[in-house]
Design a protein around this ligand. Structure first.
Ligand SMILES: O=C(CO)[C@H](O)[C@H](O)COP(=O)(O)O
Length: 226
């Protein structure tokens, strides 16, 4: 297991009254990406932020913006999020009729393409688009809210996703989102995850550098079986 673990703090758990400072703080604490959860109150029950806020984040952040679209008909907004400064754009196959076309367009625009699977969605949803994928995100909670409990059966799904990605021969990263914490991180790394989205485990556990290092150090526990 030689993959470097990347940490993508989710600003959903940040203090929005001082978002700029929060972004600078997680960057200084060693975050690899900045995770931005876009929710439309339709595909998921919650409503969060749109391209305008992504654009504002881009003015502050120097690390890549990892934008997760939890919205219906994401194809309508790919250009907007690209213009706003997204570096990675992740969509849900459950929300688009033509995933292959969506992923292709994301890459054409110059962004990395991600597909996120709800807990109940099987890996078959992405099997035939692996060539178009940079990141496969396994949702380890039902999308919509921060601070939910990790769904234990998702571990097996992460393992199968890693196997499928490795067999494909494409350099696909496995990102996990939801309930990622020091208690769940070692098993997730052992199962093959290499990008951690973490909202409450970072923003609600200052100092942020300790929180991020704690998640990364789970790698050692996996290697040694501690
Ligand atoms: O997509 C999400 C929820 O739908 C999130 O990224 C969420 O912010 C993760 O939060 P936590 O780390 O607190 O579980």
């Amino acid at each position: 297991m030689n993959r470097r673990i990347l940490v993508s703090p989710s600003i959903l758990s940040a203090d929005f009254s001082k978002l700029g400072d929060e972004i600078k703080a997680v960057e200084q604490a060693g975050a690899d990406f900045l995770h931005i959860d876009v929710m439309d109150g339709h595909f998921v029950p919650n409503i969060t932020i749109g391209p305008m806020i992504v654009e504002a984040c881009k003015k502050i952040a120097t690390i890549p913006l990892d934008v997760h679209l939890m919205i219906a008909e994401p194809d309508r907004y790919l250009e907007d999020f690209h213009a706003a400064g997204a570096n990675i754009l992740t969509v849900h196959p459950e929300a688009t009729h033509h995933l292959h076309r969506t992923l292709t367009r994301i890459r054409e625009l110059g962004m990395q393409a991600g597909a996120a699977l709800n807990p109940s969605t099987g890996l078959e949803a992405v099997r035939y688009v692996l060539a178009e994928l940079d990141i496969l995100m396994i949702m380890t909670v039902n999308p919509g809210f921060g601070g939910q409990s990790f769904i234990p059966t998702m571990l097996e799904k992460v393992r199968s996703a890693r196997e499928m990605a490795d067999k494909s021969g494409y350099p696909i990263r496995i990102e996990v989102d939801g309930g990622v914490a020091p208690s769940t991180a070692p098993d997730l790394i052992c199962a093959g995850a290499d990008i951690f989205v973490a909202g409450s485990a970072v923003f609600l556990r200052p100092p942020y550098s300790d929180a991020i290092n704690l998640l990364r150090s789970a790698e050692t526990q996996c290697r040694t079986g501690e």
